[in-house]
Design a protein around this ligand. Sequence first.
Ligand SMILES: [Ca+2]
Ligand SMILES: [Ca+2]
Length: 235
Amino acid sequence: MRVFFLKPVLNVALIGTAALGTVSCEEWPRHRHKPSTQADALEAGEPPSEGLSIEWLTAAEEDEPNLVPAEGIPLAQGEGLRAVGTLEGLGWDSESTADRVSACETTLAFPPAAPGEYTGDVDWITVTPEEEGVLCMELSTDHPTARLDTALYVLGDCNEPVGVFVQPGSTTPIGMDVPASHIRWAIGLDATASVAVGLAGFFPDDADLDLDWTASLALVPSVEGAADMLCPRGS
Ligand SMILES: [Ca+2]
Ligand SMILES: [Ca+2]
């Protein structure tokens, strides 16, 4: 059994599909009831994300070994980053003890569970939000049963993962133990630090498995009550 390591809990709120069920039809979508003469106004019945045009930055080819977060790619509201890569090996050793010593005299928040350590590849996607907003993450692979961790970390002065974003009211990081076939999450961020998604797989335990992944990160406006509705779909 994997036990989550207790880390400083960041003041964030998870915005996910669970929140969508609490919004009544009368409250959302408002665009159905609001007269507008704007040419780019949403049509009734159109998903809200269709009205937000994301400017996609050049797809980032993974620069192996990609074992630590890189310099963050700036991301403004309405911008997104597509990235592709390969997890070269998956696995988790619960007997292993990870080195959590930071170069900046703090404690590393990675790996996101303890005791134990990933035995396969770890890949990072690093962005620097230029303004507050909702960070939308989508990732897919063609493996039907693999399980991944896709937690989001805040980076410290030495560009190391020093905090992990957790689900509200818990110590469970977001994006943990998720099916590799298709993953989506969204979370509110303020623009105070670079953040990085740490991708790694723990099932199947297979050092020889090469798992090609495609991911996108997009920063969209934070609209109260909209949850992740402004996140791009199928990106
Ligand atoms: Ca890789
Ligand atoms: Ca790697």
